[in-house]
Design a binder for this molecule. Structure first.
Ligand code: SAM
Length: 357
């Protein structure tokens, strides 16, 4: 299913090159983080609606033919989908040139970390908002901090680069900042505080809870000397994240602004999706587990790929056409965000658990 030629990369009407897809493989999650899934429950998708593994593999192949170089597997929680490891093995075998990444809550990670490394996973994003087991339970509804911690250790032991993502929330995890700094000082991990985004109608985004990246950095400066790491070249499309481990590529910081900690091994950073948006350099598309293409995190406009994918005659070419046409009119999310200042509410209805972050 792989191609040998170099396809022309997909470019949108703003000149942005799209070479990265976030692929949600399930809408189910084993955590119930209050800011992501609380409130009125949206029913899970039925098994029929969710793309089968074969269909996900086909989509990855189509994306590769269209110039996509990186696929991040997400969810829901990707590791709760049955036979995930078989799927991952098939994916890395079928598309050896694709840079596969994953974002997980880490609860089920520890036992599979060595095998993930063997299969070529170089870096993993683990979502962790607090280092306090009690607070972890309050935030997520599950007493599973210990399991996540084991997952982090197992990845470090296996040689997988660990990036921890914490949603920065006032009154929730401000007290965790010094602990995260110590963690990054003493271990080769990157900790990134992400601005709390007004995504998901009915969830609990509030201006009072918003803790801006600037304020996180100001506070962090009290505990450590932060040395800025080089950012991406101006006007370039960035690779997604700091710490791109490919030696042939320049070090880029992507949407994260990263800082080395003087005398430490790891790094601390911020992702300012609201206060310092990175729409100009956005290189990504999202596909939900039921095969809807979402061209901007902040826009609920979605395009169905599943009917074409499942159609006996339309198939691949038709899916490509939809991705090309819809990718070309990818919005500038910041324009959508402006609405927030007017209306003070979530800018889109879909929750992060079904979008995939
Ligand atoms: N379960 C996987 C995980 O935990 O990484 C993947 C999906 S989860 C929805 C992806 C990320 O979105 C998590 O780091 C979560 O904390 C984050 N997230 C959810 N709602 C958010 C919001 N309103 N603002 C910022 N980040 C959010």
């Amino acid at each position: 299913m792989t191609t040998s030629h170099h396809p022309r990369a997909l470019t949108d009407s703003h000149g942005r090159t799209v070479n990265y897809i976030r692929l949600s493989i399930t809408d189910r999650c084993n955590l119930r983080c209050f800011y992501c899934r609380a409130g009125k429950d949206t029913p899970f998708m039925s098994h029929d609606e969710i793309l089968r593994y074969e269909e996900l593999l086909e989509l990855i192949g189509i994306a590769e033919e269209m110039g996509v170089r990186k696929v991040r597997l997400t969810g829901g929680e990707p590791l709760v989908r049955r036979d995930f490891m078989d799927f991952f093995e098939r994916a890395v075998t079928a598309y050896p040139k694709m840079d596969f990444r994953m974002t997980t809550n880490g609860v089920l990670l520890a036992p599979i970390a060595p095998r993930l490394k063997e299969l070529g996973l170089r870096a993993v994003n683990i979502s962790l908002d607090t280092l306090d087991p009690g607070r972890f339970k309050e935030i997520t509804g599950l007493d599973a901090f210990g399991a996540v911690w084991e997952g982090i250790q197992a990845c470090m032991d296996a040689g997988i680069q660990v990036k921890l993502n914490a949603v920065a929330m006032r009154g929730v995890n401000e007290a965790d900042l010094p602990g995260f700094i110590e963690l990054a000082r003493n271990n080769p991990v990157h900790v990134r505080f992400i601005e709390f985004m007004p995504v998901g109608g009915g969830t609990t985004w509030e201006t009072d809870r918003f803790w801006s990246s600037e304020d996180v950095l100001k506070e962090a400066g009290k505990y450590a000397e932060l040395i800025p790491m080089p950012g991406p070249p101006r006007n370039s499309n960035f690779d997604e994240e700091a710490g791109n481990s490919r030696p042939s590529k320049p070090y880029t910081s992507g949407p994260a602004r990263m800082y080395r900690i003087e005398g430490g091994q790891g790094a601390l950073g911020v992702i300012s999706a609201l206060t310092n948006h990175f729409c100009d350099a956005c290189n990504r598309l999202r596909i939900s587990s039921d095969g809807r293409l979402r061209t901007c995190l902040f826009s609920d406009k979605e395009y169905k790929l599943r009917p074409a994918l499942r159609h006996p005659k339309l198939g691949r070419e038709s899916v490509k056409k939809i991705i090309t046409q819809c990718g070309a009119i990818k919005p500038i999310g910041h324009e959508i965000l402006k609405q927030l200042t007017r209306e003070r509410r979530a800018v889109c209805d879909k929750r992060m658990s079904s979008i995939g972050g």
